[in-house]
Design a protein around this ligand. Structure first.
Ligand code: FES
Length: 126
């Protein structure tokens, strides 16, 4: 995929059975706040996008999700901009970065340039 960073590799996030229990999880990036990722589970499918809205950094994990014409969209809670969960495209001119999700051996992997974790990296160092 042309939008992928060349340094991206598949990062283990956790068990599919666990991650599918919630509509969205915040996944921490070792690169920090601006690189955190949202892992959505909607209608039986996982989607990974940058967690902070491309507009002004709103928390997309807290956004409402709607389906229109078979397209799943998340609406940013701050200014209601919409983003296609699959492509990151918006009805505005903005583009949210999306990441490839892979399911293997009962686990969810997200292709990303940095380390990813369900726990904040600062906490892991304690
Ligand atoms: S910060 Fe998301 S729409 Fe403005």
């Amino acid at each position: 995929d042309s939008i992928m960073n060349d340094n991206s590799v598949e990062r283990l996030i956790g068990p599919t059975a666990e991650l599918s229990k919630k509509r969205c999880r915040l996944v921490y990036s070792s690169l920090g706040y601006d690189a955190d990722v949202c892992l959505f589970y909607v209608k039986g499918e996982f989607f990974a996008l940058d967690a902070r809205c491309a507009h002004s950094g709103g928390p997309l994990c807290d956004g409402d999700i709607e389906e229109a014409d078979g397209v799943l969209k998340v609406f940013c809670p701050w200014h209601d901009y919409d983003f296609d969960l699959r492509t990151g495209e918006s009805g505005t001119s903005l583009q949210q970065q999306v990441y490839e999700v892979k399911l293997e051996d009962g686990n969810v992997f997200v292709k990303h340039a940095s380390q990813l974790s369900l726990q904040p990296f600062a906490d892991l160092k304690r």
